[in-house]
Design a binder for this molecule. Structure first.
Ligand code: NI
Length: 177
């Protein structure tokens, strides 16, 4: 496995539609998935989309840290979604902070739908439908946006909460606990 270079804001690969994966079990695709998981862990990212490692393909990896029981989440494998679609359940949205390894140090509040159904394929090529709400739904919307050339900055209502890491901790998170 290898740690891959992460594409940063300004890289054209972050702004184009990613291609669907056709041969999911192809060894090259399997290696890419393993490398994405290792890169995600190395950068302490919640999740990663293939365009962020300069591969314009519809692959998303998500850390199991969304699980509310930390002891159990350590044993959970990462979620791998291939060719995912996002079907929202209802119109409810909520706003919360997001950041992204492709825009290091930047954070902002982003409105997202609170509940989704996500038809996709797993890394064995089996079709699945993931149900997701709140934080996991947010992560999936952020990552699937990467597959259509969108960044969280594009989804902010305005840039009023756009904040560097240090200022986030100093001004936005400290008072609210
Ligand atoms: Ni991102």
């Amino acid at each position: 496995m290898a740690i891959l270079k992460v594409a940063k804001l300004g890289s054209p690969v972050l702004r184009v539609l990613a291609d669907p994966v056709e041969a999911i079990r192809d060894p090259e695709i399997q290696r890419l998935i393993d490398d994405m998981i290792e890169t995600m862990r190395d950068s302490h990212s919640v999740a990663l989309a293939a365009p962020q490692v300069h591969r314009s393909l519809q692959i998303v990896t998500i850390s199991p840290i969304h699980d509310e029981r930390p002891a159990r989440s350590l044993a959970l494998p990462p979620i791998v979604l291939i060719n995912p679609r996002v079907v929202r359940e209802g119109d409810r949205t909520e706003e919360d902070w997001e950041g992204c390894p492709s825009t290091p140090g930047l954070h902002g509040k982003v409105p997202r739908f609170t509940a989704l159904e996500v038809p996709a394929y797993d890394r064995q090529g089996q079709s699945l439908t993931l149900k997701a709400s709140h934080f996991l739904a947010r992560v999936i919307q952020h990552e699937t946006d990467h597959l259509v050339g969108k960044l969280f900055l594009d989804r902010m209502k305005d840039l009023g909460t756009l904040t560097f890491q240090g200022e986030l901790e100093r001004y936005w998170l400290s008072s609210s606990g």
